[in-house]
Design a protein around this ligand. Structure first.
Ligand code: SF4
Length: 343
């Protein structure tokens, strides 16, 4: 069976070379063509002999994503890409421009098993996992899009559609390709994996040599409320999750980011902020506050600005570091899963 070339790590390609009687350095050469020169076929790899190119073409195929459309936000800070996969399913990726930073928000699944009550992707549940090639190609195609103006993707966040820890192997393989000096050469420090708290996945990732950043989508200050907002969260208690996250931080020496979507009248009160500060007391962490971006068909609202400010001040006064992110690209349905659902 033909394999997807973008889902192959350098080590796997070296092994393939060896099995096919070729020197291993050819693997690095091919990675240079794929990710540096962004070749679209083996025929373009002119420094490989014709028999090797033919053998590669028999064994691997290239593209897995077809670009359906790109939407650019009015403020020019966000572009949203909608792709069609080979089986006709849709998935999306967001490119965020901020100063000289180009960040790609990658999807890891079609749909999502977490079913967060405030999320468009959660509405449809899990449809299927993406392959490592489908994950890598989201970034490659955007890198190609940027290359024309002399720019490159430099930061990655696994915060698009899906729960990355539920597609662990494919996500980790894609991260190895993103970090590979022969491919994208993106530093581990510039890659963030976001999870709703899959304990086994967090502990497993802590043991990999990949020291990527971890973000926990917390969204509530206690288990009762969290269970209502994230049905999937019933599987694990908050204590178990936070213990796993602490272990991750300890192993990797990375600070943790806690994502907290602020929902009017639900989790944005001073009591919630006080409870959250108590929960995170003494931890090396940042709470990223995300005022909710309303989704059609979901009856939840964005808090008033003064409530957001009060929430933030309550955390800061108690020694918790915060960042405050207004969801970019509101006019292009930039909350995760919205564009794919509109098709
Ligand atoms: S917010 Fe993230 S984890 Fe929750 S359903 Fe949406 S994609 Fe899944």
């Amino acid at each position: 069976m033909m394999q997807e070339i973008y889902g192959i790590t350098l080590e796997e390609l070296k092994a393939w070379m060896q099995q096919n009687g070729q020197p291993q350095f050819r693997a690095g050469q091919i990675f240079g063509w794929l990710y540096g020169k962004q070749a679209l076929s083996f025929d373009q790899m002119t420094d490989l002999g014709a028999p090797l190119r033919a053998k590669l073409a028999e064994s691997f195929h290239f593209s897995t994503l077809k670009q359906v459309r790109i939407l650019r936000s009015e403020d020019g800070e966000t572009e949203k890409f909608l792709w069609e996969l080979q089986d006709g399913k849709k998935v999306e990726t967001v490119l965020i421009y901020s100063a000289d930073r180009r960040t790609v928000c990658v999807s890891s699944q079609v749909g999502c098993p977490a079913r967060c009550s405030f999320c468009a992707s959660g509405k449809q549940g899990l449809i299927r996992n993406l392959s490592s090639a489908e994950i890598v190609e989201q970034v490659l195609q955007i890198d190609r899009h940027l290359k024309g103006r002399g720019e490159r993707v430099c930061h990655l966040v696994f915060m698009g559609m899906g729960e990355p820890m539920e597609n662990y192997e494919a996500v980790v393989k894609a991260i190895r390709i993103f970090c590979s000096p022969d491919a994208f050469h993106i530093s581990q420090r510039r890659i963030t994996v976001s999870t709703v708290g899959v304990v086994e996945g967090i502990l497993r990732l802590a043991k990999e040599e990949l020291k990527v950043n971890l973000a926990l989508s917390l969204h509530a200050s206690n288990q009762n409320l969290r269970k209502k907002l994230i049905p999937y969260a019933r599987k694990y208690s908050m204590e178990e999750i936070i213990t796993a996250v602490d272990a991750y931080s300890h192993h990797t020496k990375r600070d943790i980011t806690y994502e907290y979507t602020l929902l009017a009248g639900i989790n944005d009160t001073i009591e919630s902020a006080t409870e959250l500060a108590e929960l995170l007391k003494g931890k090396q962490c940042t709470v990223n506050l995300i005022p909710y971006n309303p989704v059609e068909g979901i009856r939840l609202d964005r808090p008033e600005k003064r409530d957001i400010e009060q929430f933030r001040e309550t955390l800061e006064e108690r020694g918790i570091c915060t960042t405050w992110r207004f969801t970019k690209g509101k006019d292009i349905a930039a909350a995760c899963g919205q564009l794919a659902l509109q098709q």
